[in-house]
Design a protein around this ligand. Structure first.
Ligand code: M6R
Length: 638
């Protein structure tokens, strides 16, 4: 999705902004642009295509301004083009705006502004914003000059009684115009805005769209997410919906929706800046796959030891509350939803609590039977996924307690939820989620153990499971040794049109995730099925030479999956098998053996060969692994 960056300080803004945009490239985009305040007014440079194209734009090297905003656009309204790229100016070139999100009532506002003489150069929803701000800015000016003649007018006057916390010298008129424009906007937005009359200030505001503010020394930064500015600062402010920040070089002031001054504290983020670099790997995806031993260590942290109960500092669930629950709902999208499916297995088996898992975009519109006897868990790596956040808000309205599982401290979902726990996987840059998935699986299983222990359901099974979780980092290291073998199989099948994934029990969940990974980055059509469903239809698709991947880690189900695979082999399929079971390997084309572990967490190991499989296929096809076509890392619109 779109990415935004902002800088105000004493250095040249342009290189800092472009550098920030490069770090946001992974989010997916089709055009890019920057805007700075120069001696002679606001400059805007933008173009279709990659961020690095900005360096070729005439005049870019002459930009001297030390305040600026920047954007990578992922087209929603209007095709990818220079005209539609951000930043957008108002007709008088007083305001420059970048925007993430969607303005739902832009047609209505465009008509209103057109009726008031404003012209539009792009097809975007965003272009109404600088013009609307300009409309209120000029109206305010007119109203205040008439107010000084006739003190009776108060509706839009700049007399300060309504904004008692705004002092002279604050960019009061600018702020008030932005606020009034925001009052008219329906939809989601993270907005950065410059005003040529206030060359030492920048205003930002957000609603349902991500934005972080980085505090520096004599300089401040804005970005859509933390990794973009992590090399400049580790201290961040997070805005809630409809809070405004006015940035100057040495100061940041925060205002609520009534323009009352509010206090905010910084949060320190302990991610290492180098964790957002490739560090010698060809791609972020490969690096992140190899980071999994460590990311899982971080996820486990000090939550338990072999002989101590699980503890979450952030949680305080009582036995009575958990006993009173009718149901747990787990809601998420994509890979995070697949992690949720492993959670269902754990909550039902270890805690005996019925659990439903839903795709957020469906859940929010299906009138779910949620009430105060439901615990609703939301999983999101980014913490900014629009559908997941909307589902969370819905559950709160229905009186349920909400718990967020995220990788990003301070992300929107964690600020909305009653409770938040973190995967601590470190920044995940590649669009295809790998280390975040395995961390989510581990964290949700630990959460299930924690609930089971509170409920007094500790058992030998749980003791063994805890030991197995603690051994996971070492076992992931062992699993990663399959890389060459997987690469060899990938070379054999990378030109296939369809690849099928089969499994039973938790292996079926891994089949889903393996299939998603393959689609995402290799563009090969792929389906996953519970192996037992094969005969109910999908087997009709199996023909000579088709590739089928089978996952077999559940001891009591392995024989059944073997016979399902025999059925596809009989029909000419090539087979890749991922297993930790003792099976007759001779019938399969390739068998990847992974370490044995507890079934509750076996997806953490069995997904690794499949992550590598999709990675090597995409590499064989010469594709951009980190930034697959049409996809965005963080899906901040519906
Ligand atoms: O940030 P989130 O975890 O909420 O993102 C959810 C999905 O968009 C995400 O998992 C997506 O499916 C990944 N690209 C999968 O690799």
């Amino acid at each position: 999705m779109c990415g935004i960056v902002g800088y105000i300080g004493t250095k040249k803004a342009c290189p800092i902004l472009i550098n920030g945009l490069i770090r946001l490239e992974y989010r997916g985009y089709d055009s890019a642009g920057i805007s700075t305040i120069e001696k002679d007014g606001i400059s805007v440079m933008k173009d279709k295509g990659r961020v690095k194209n900005l360096y070729n734009l005439k005049g870019i090297d002459d930009l001297e301004g030390s305040i600026g905003i920047a954007h990578t656009r992922w087209a929603t309204h209007g095709k990818p083009s220079k005209e539609n790229a951000h930043p957008h100016l108002d007709n008088s070139r007083t305001f420059s705006v970048v925007h993430n999100g969607i303005i739902e009532n832009y047609n209505e506002l465009k008509k209103f502004l057109s009726d008031n003489g404003y012209k539009f150069l792009s097809q975007t929803d965003t272009e109404i914003i600088p013009n609307l701000v300009h409309y209120y800015y000029s109206k305010d000016k007119k109203d205040s000059s008439s107010a000084s003649i006739d003190k009776k007018d108060s509706s839009l006057s700049s007399t300060d009684k309504e904004d008692s916390s705004l002092k002279k010298g604050d960019c009061l008129r600018f702020l008030r115009a932005v606020k009034r424009a925001c009052d008219d906007l329906k939809g989601s937005f993270a907005i950065e805005i410059l005003c040529k009359d206030y060359p030492d200030n920048m205003i930002v505001v957000r609603k349902d769209s991500p934005l972080v503010i980085g505090k520096g020394d004599g300089e401040n930064y804005i970005a859509s997410d933390i990794p973009a500015i992590l090399s400049f600062t580790k201290n961040f402010y997070f805005l809630n919906d409809l809070e405004f920040a006015v940035l100057s070089r040495d100061d940041i002031k925060f205002y609520d929706d009534n323009l009352q001054l509010i206090e905010k504290a910084t949060k320190s983020i302990d991610w290492d800046a180098s964790s957002s670099e490739k560090n010698g790997f060809d791609d972020f995806m490969l690096k992140e796959i190899y980071e999994q031993p460590n990311s899982i260590r971080e996820t486990i942290g000090a939550k338990f030891s072999e002989d101590s109960d699980c503890e979450f500092d952030e949680l305080n669930f009582s036995k009575d509350y958990l006993k009173g629950l009718d149901k747990i709902f787990i809601v998420a999208c994509g890979t995070a939803m697949h992690a949720g499916l492993t959670g269902k297995n754990a909550f039902e088996k270890l805690c005996k609590i019925p659990t439903e898992v839903d795709v957020a975009s469906e859940f929010r519109y299906r009138s779910p039977l949620v009430d105060d006897k439901s615990l609703c868990i939301f999983i999101s790596q980014s913490g900014e996924t629009a559908d997941t956040i909307a589902a969370l808000k819905l559950c709160k309205e229905k009186g349920a307690k909400t718990l967020a599982i995220s990788n990003v401290i301070g992300s929107s979902i964690t600020r909305e939820a009653d409770y938040s726990i973190y995967t601590h996987a470190g920044p995940e840059i590649a669009v295809a989620s790998t280390k975040a998935y395995t961390s989510q699986v581990v964290l949700i299983v630990i959460l299930a153990i924690y609930f089971a222990e509170i409920l007094g359901l500790s058992s030998a099974e749980i003791v063994n499971l805890k030991r197995d979780i603690l051994e996971l980092p070492k076992k992931i290291e062992e699993t990663l040794k399959c890389s060459e073998q997987v690469k060899e199989f990938a070379k054999r099948v990378y030109q296939e049109k369809d690849i099928f994934f089969l499994g039973r029990g938790v292996d079926e969940v891994v089949a889903k995730e393996g299939s998603l990974k393959l689609k995402e980055i290799s563009y090969i059509h792929s389906e996953s099925y519970p192996a037992g469903e094969l005969k109910h239809g999908p087997i009709a698709l199996i023909e000579n030479g088709v590739t089928v991947v089978g996952i077999m880690t559940v001891p009591e189900l392995v024989k059944k999956t073997v016979s399902n695979l025999q059925e596809v082999i009989t029909r000419g399929a090539k087979t890749l098998v991922i297993t930790n079971q003792d099976i007759d390997k001779s019938m399969f084309d390739m068998v990847i053996e992974i370490p044995n572990t507890n079934t509750f967490v076996s997806p953490v190991l069995s997904i690794i060969p499949l992550q590598l499989f999709s990675y090597y296929i995409a590499k064989e096809k010469g594709l951009d692994v980190d930034k697959p076509r049409n996809l965005a890392k963080s899906v901040t619109v519906e």
